[in-house]
Design a protein around this ligand. Sequence first.
Ligand code: SF4
Length: 233
Amino acid sequence: MQISWINKFSMIDYPGEISCIVFTPGCNFRCGFCHNSEFVLAEKLKYVYKNLIYEKAFFNFLEQRKWLLTWVSICGWEPTLQNDLIEFCEKVKSMWFLLKLDTNGRDPDKVRQLLERWLVDYIAMDIKNEIWKFGISAWIKLDEKPYLESIDIILNSDIDYEFRTTVIKWVHNKSTIENICKHIFGAKNYYLQNYKSWNNLDNNFVWESFNLYELEDFRNIWIKYVQSVWIRN
Ligand code: SF4
């Protein structure tokens, strides 16, 4: 699997547990508010592809840190773009690590296979916007069906999961939020991640955060539809 970066130690990616985070290059989205255009845009990716980390080096690192780490997180940009994601997860699980996957939901077949084969222990799916506006947030033309299918698969799975939205002024409002909630009706956990503006893919637009009072106000809408709503500020 292509590995662009490793965060060797994290206590926040899976709260209460010590994890390492594996980043894979490339994303099918082009969100203007993305902080990591160097790992998303093709012209910048050329440099990233020249400096990939060998999978063998990663597994050597894991072997040495078995005593310390509990979880391995696989984050994107978008990991399901990796053809050998499932084989990679098999190797991680064969070393008895717990595994968390972050995805935007683009590939429901991979999500299903990972769940059916018990290769993931936690999935975090980003929901950029209400589904019919996904293309607007992600700046690409897309078919919404796979994203809805991924939501359905995760909602009906037996593992722990979260859905999350990075909330931004002028992109989200009460109505968009309520519609997102309808897509994930009954979900165990929903996280509102407050947006922080830095190193945006599109610097021509002023991307603004909500204040905490406004987020709390949104939480009141969400709580009608899902079991728990959390704010990450
Ligand atoms: S899905 Fe995430 S990584 Fe991909 S462009 Fe959007 S913000 Fe960036």
